[in-house]
Design a protein around this ligand. Structure first.
Ligand code: ZN
Length: 606
């Protein structure tokens, strides 16, 4: 039996998926809301006897290895390895890419660094200053252990010596983790010095980076520093505390989102332990995607400053697209708190008044109520000018509420607060809401194309957008750009021919003479791409070069994913036959190698 089969048979797909999303029993199958597209009624089924999953909404389907690759965003090898580990199987000489190998090494280094820092904090005399600091701010030893806090000494090379001299990892490899920095003279030194250390884990519980809080009072240095973006650490995907508190979050089906490390830890200590920190105020699409797999409600507890309000406004669209509720802990308007306590951050509040913090979480208000209150504070609801500003501000927000009953509810509230007839208010909201919402439409091609239902696939729309961008370059640049596409396999009909024709043009390029010489169907394909107002809006004010590269990368990756999917299909056919000929075995090996190679290219594309 092949190793892949052994690993698959040792891991029940129902358990593996059930560890990650909430599965309900439904007849012969288990069902859930699909983790791969937004929906409110479950169309995602897991069949225990076939050991396969299928979504009747978006068509996602496959076996346990496919699920892990898609759900966790890992390579075939990583999925196989994690299932092997889960079931205590050791993979024998499995061929893996150089990239997979390096990734494993980097994770090892990061994990060792975490243990090293933790040891210094817990056991070593140099860690005394860190221990004192944590004691003084009431961080419990349970928290220190759960989140594996650590301490970095003030030496320039303490971690470096440990990892390089003692553990023998090459400097270039350690540098790739972001833990050491190459100086101007070519020597390396530790990034984190004399700081309290927070290991940052990805959603799979692997340490991928660190953040460090300064303990001395040095005005020259930043209070917090973080790992730089590396192949493993991406700030926009980071949810601090997520892997440690995952069970609580999944059980509660809701999550409290705070800004900083200590906000998260103090909240957990106050028994609000369905909490994560986003390390900043901007909730990203990646973070919401991750959370939306397990929660129904996101409760924001961001700072009540201008940045926090802006971040809350932006979060509305991201969260709404996922069909989950967005609430806000509005300390400023809370009746639980004395006036002086209303400016406290979650960390202070959770430490000083844990019970009030719990009540504040319970009493979180809808994001619309929060923004209405904010607008009523920011502008004077008694003057005509103030009313106008309030309506202008709230119109696009309230106009976007899908449920009419819910919308009505907030309109009523606002009409009372402004002392304006509801029917008048309704007219204004719908008028100004549409203008604003139009002006502020999304910026990524993905969102633009998603908002416009057509028969074209995601990939085809992106290809069209790429063509649009191509012809937005200066005439003398167009051919050079087109040259980079000459080998590309477009999924849109006619695009390959358009590029070929383009490369044949001699002399000065003019769109008019070029397009007039094209056959009718090519002309139509070209015009579809060039005249689409969505693309125009989308590219407006964007850096053309950057848009071009981003879109190109997206398309290339999607093309590879499609190729991988079709290889996977062939693999499952081969893998499900009980008796395989030696040719079939060889073919299977070849296919697996191809997948590994293609996945390596995807990784490289970033
Ligand atoms: Zn789906």
């Amino acid at each position: 039996m092949s190793q892949i089969r052994t690993v698959k048979e040792a891991n029940n797909i129902v358990e593996v998926i059930g560890e990650r999303i909430k599965l309900d029993v439904g007849g012969l199958n288990y069902k859930a809301c699909c983790p791969f597209h937004s929906e409110k009624t479950p169309s995602f089924f897991v069949n225990p006897s076939l050991q396969r999953y299928r979504c009747f909404g978006c068509g996602a389907n496959g076996d346990v290895l496919d699920f892990l690759q898609n759900f966790e965003g890992v390579t075939f090898y990583e999925a196989l390895k994690s299932l092997a580990d889960r079931s205590g199987i050791t993979l024998q000489d499995f061929q893996r890419s150089g990239e997979d190998e390096e990734r494993e090494k980097l994770l090892e280094i990061l994990s060792l660094a975490k243990e090293y820092y933790h040891f210094l904090l817990m056991e070593h005399q140099v860690g005394q200053v860190g221990r004192d600091y944590l004691k003084q701010r009431g961080t419990t030893s349970e928290s220190i252990k759960l989140f594996q806090l650590g301490f970095a000494t003030n030496a320039w090379d303490s971690l470096l010596k440990y990892l390089h001299h003692k553990k023998k990892y090459p400097l270039e490899l350690i540098e790739k983790t972001g833990l050491i920095i190459k100086g101007r003279n070519g020597g390396y030194y530790d990034r984190f010095r004399e700081r309290l250390i927070f290991p940052l884990k990805n959603h799979r519980g692997q340490v991928v980076g660190f953040s460090g809080r300064l303990l001395s009072q040095s005005p020259k240095e930043a209070k917090y520093i973080n790992s730089p973006e590396t192949s493993l650490y991406h700030k926009s995907k980071m949810l601090y505390g997520y892997s440690e508190l995952f069970r609580e979050i999944k059980k509660k089906e809701q999550v409290v989102v705070v800004e900083g490390e200590f906000d998260m830890i103090s909240s957990a200590q106050a028994h609000v332990n369905h909490v994560v920190a986003i390390k900043g105020s901007a909730l990203t699409v990646d973070q919401v995607n991750l959370l939306s797999r397990v929660v129904q409600t996101i409760i924001l507890a961001l700072d009540a400053d201008a940045a926090g309000v802006k971040a809350t406004e932006r979060a509305i669209d991201i969260v709404r697209a996922k069909g989950i509720d967005l609430k806000v802990i509005d300390l400023k308007h809370s009746t639980l708190l004395a006036e002086a306590d209303k400016i406290k951050d979650p960390d202070e509040l959770a430490r000083e008044q844990p019970k009030v913090w719990r009540q504040a979480v319970e009493g979180a208000v809808s994001v619309y109520e929060f923004l209405i209150n904010h607008a009523l504070d920011a502008f004077d609801p008694k003057t005509a000018e103030g009313k106008r500003k309030i309506i202008n501000y709230l119109a696009p927000i309230l106009e976007g509420i899908e449920h009419s009953v819910e919308k009505e509810f907030y309109l009523q509230k606002l009409s009372v607060a402004l002392n304006v007839k509801e029917s008048l208010l309704k007219a204004d909201i719908s008028k100004f809401g549409q203008i604003k919402a139009g002006a502020a439409t999304s910026t990524t091609p993905e969102e633009v194309s998603a908002s416009k239902p057509t028969l074209k696939t995601y990939q085809q729309r992106n290809e069209e957008y790429l063509l649009f961008l191509l012809f937005s370059f200066e005439p003398d640049k167009i051919q050079e750009r087109a040259g980079t596409l000459s080998d590309f396999n477009f999924s849109s009909l006619g695009f390959k021919q358009i590029i070929e024709r383009l490369l044949l043009v001699k002399g000065k390029f003019s769109l008019q003479s070029f397009s007039s010489a094209l056959a009718e169907d090519l002309k139509k394909a070209l015009m579809d791409a060039l005249l689409n107002p969505e693309y125009e809006k989308n590219a407006k004010d964007q850096d053309l070069e950057k848009e071009w590269l981003t879109t190109l990368t997206m398309i290339k990756k999607e093309a590879l994913r499609r190729e991988i999917a079709s290889i996977n299909e062939e693999i499952s056919k081969l893998d499900s036959s009980l008796e395989r000929s030696s040719e079939e075995e060889a073919r299977l090996d070849q296919l697996l190698t191809e997948i590994v190679q293609k996945q390596a290219i995807i990784k490289k594309l970033g």
